[in-house]
Design a protein around this ligand. Structure first.
Ligand SMILES: Cc1ncc(COP(=O)(O)O)c(C=O)c1O
Length: 392
């Protein structure tokens, strides 16, 4: 590691998160770990931690990502959530990648290809998101019949994706109804894996009776929606309003409280690189931050190109908060009243500044904040005594 800026990924925490989820929600057969976008920017090596915790299927969004997984694991089933260009179907067969078939047109073209061995398929239903998926029950019936009659295609699964959060949500139940309507001409029980929900569905709703699989994304990485309702007047009013909403719109029950104990596995560090003495009323950085008192400016080699801006507000050095007064592409500057040695460890995301806190400060969600931490930041994947530096 040449530039002293790195993300630390705690593999044991990832494994523990999966065990905790599986212990509390144990009525699924298939726990499908969504590891697209380089495992939500934690690095694909994390699949080993997830599998150890009990994830038994993985989902990604491109063949490239599937092939990256195969460097670590040859056997775990992998579902590609986006349709794969038909010219690469042989690569899917060779690497045992399950494909998504999301339209009858795609299937007809697939049937023209001479496939030499088994290719597993999951059919995708458009239950309201209008991004991908079958919209007509007659087409799903036809698709099932054609796949069943084919020699090397195997219909292993069927799924959809919620477009909405499911909390105080009139649309949520409609999406389930739509799914059931589009699949009404086939027997769902004949399809081995039926999956619909994502992290929020798991914690906010009772299990969907016809599903035996759940796709877990953000929750696996430790970002829970864990809540405990208070007993004060405001909380009671909120609960009452929610119940009234449910009754008024005949929505299915939403569960907002859970006691999942998850831990964020991603932390981000850098190092103090330069220090200079500055005086009150001097200006700092591109935005000419006006100093209110005498002190020191400490420059840290992490910037907006790495995903860190003044919106983070603080960094921590030896557990003490220092304000970020300026940012640039590659560096941020923080103010300190006291001198700080060069080479000190700087925490940007970690025990003092959790992602939860950053979501509040930046008004971005955890998906976007994680995605913003660019691939230029080396990931150090740690598990017990093992440490691996991963560069992209
Ligand atoms: C099709 C699909 N399933 C599951 C997920 C996982 O969602 P979450 O991270 O909210 O669990 C995603 C995330 O983008 C997705 O696109």
């Amino acid at each position: 590691m040449l530039r002293k800026t790195y993300a630390k990924i705690d593999g044991e925490k990832l494994t523990k998160n999966i065990k905790e989820i599986k212990q509390k929600y144990n009525d699924y057969t298939y726990y499908i770990g969504v590891v697209k976008n380089n495992a939500y920017h934690h690095g694909i090596k994390c699949i080993t931690d997830f599998i150890e915790g009990g994830i038994n299927y993985l989902a990604i969004s491109s063949l490239e990502e599937a092939l990256e997984i195969r460097k670590y694991n040859r056997t775990i089933p992998i579902l590609c959530l986006e349709p794969i260009d038909l010219e690469y179907i042989d690569d899917c067969v060779n690497n045992e990648v399950t494909i998504t078939v999301e339209s009858i047109e795609y299937l007809e073209k697939l049937l023209q290809i001479n496939i030499y061995s088994t290719l597993k398929i999951h059919l995708k239903i458009d239950s309201g998101m209008h991004r991908l998926g079958f919209m007509k029950k007659e087409e799903i019936k036809k698709a099932k019949e054609e796949i069943d009659a084919s020699k090397n295609l195997q219909l292993e699964g069927i799924y959809s994706h919620f477009a909405t959060s499911g909390v105080m949500d009139k649309e949520w139940d409609n999406q389930i109804e739509k799914f059931l309507e589009i699949t009404s001409l086939i027997n769902l029980k004949e399809i081995p894996i039926v999956h619909f929900g994502r992290s929020l569905t798991l914690v906010n709703h009772e299990k969907i009776p016809f599903c035996n699989g759940i796709r877990l994304g953000i929750i696996m990485y430790g970002y829970s929606q864990s809540k405990k309702e208070g007993s004060d007047f405001k909380s009671k009013l909120k609960i009452w309003k929610r119940k009234r909403f449910q009754k008024k719109y005949h929505c299915s029950k939403t569960i907002l409280e859970n006691d999942l104990k998850l831990e964020e596995a991603f932390s981000l560090y850098s190092t103090t690189m330069s220090i200079r003495k500055v005086n009150k009323e001097e200006k700092v950085g591109y935005n000419s931050y006006l100093l209110k008192e005498d002190g020191y400016i400490i420059t840290i080699p992490i910037g907006y190109a790495d995903g860190v801006t003044t919106s983070f507000q603080n960094v921590y050095i030896k557990d003490q908060a220092y304000p970020i007064v300026s940012d640039s592409m590659d560096m941020i500057m923080v103010f300190s009243k006291d001198y700080i040695e060069i080479g000190e460890k700087v925490e940007i995301i970690g025990p003092n500044q959790s992602m939860k806190k950053l979501v509040g400060k930046t008004k971005k969600n955890a998906y976007h904040l994680l995605n913003d931490i660019s691939n230029r930041v080396v990931r150090i994947h740690e598990r017990k005594q093992e440490k691996e530096e991963i560069y992209y």
